[in-house]
Ligand binder design. Structure first.
Ligand code: ZN
Length: 155
């Protein structure tokens, strides 16, 4: 078996290797192109995801520092699911609350709906250093929702 070394980290690689087993650097033109395609597709998906949420605030400049780092925000499936759930719940609550708007109880509902939206959680990371826990946002939502419902029922 012939060997070559990785152009980036100098690991010994099988001559046929398309990617470095140590650092993941592509070793052939084809592999480099494939990786480019993959990164682009991922970026488009991320853009589409945050795009259909509407008004989340533009972020994610595609940093081309050549380090080959794919994404700053690797989301696990669970995280994705959680985000979807938050969007659905948040927007659902806001839409329902808007139909109740002259009533005072609709306002806490709107606030709760906004609080649980994932972009809001990201905003909290600015002054606090790290984002508030998901549980905190869910708790906020619960408090506002209960308050809103209580006001709607009582008034
Ligand atoms: Zn390498």
């Amino acid at each position: 078996m012939r060997m070559k070394t990785c152009s980036r980290c100098d690991s010994s690689l099988d001559d046929e290797a398309r990617y470095c087993v140590e650092c993941g650097a592509p070793q052939t033109e084809d592999a480099a192109e494939e990786l480019d395609d993959y990164v682009q597709r991922q970026a488009q998906q991320v853009a589409a995801d945050s795009g259909d949420a509407g008004g989340g605030g533009g972020h994610a400049g595609s940093g081309g520092d050549g380090s080959g780092y794919v994404s700053t925000e690797e989301l696990t499936d669970r995280e994705q699911l959680w985000r979807r759930g938050c969007y659905v719940l948040g927007y659902g609550t806001i839409v329902v609350a808007l139909t109740l708007v002259p009533q005072i109880g609709s306002f806490p509902l709107i606030l709760g709906g906004i609080a649980i939206l994932p972009p809001i959680r990201r905003l909290t990371s600015e002054p606090l250093g790290s984002p508030l826990k998901r549980e905190v946002m869910a708790g906020l939502y619960a408090v506002f929702a209960l308050l809103g419902v209580a006001l709607l029922v009582l008034l």
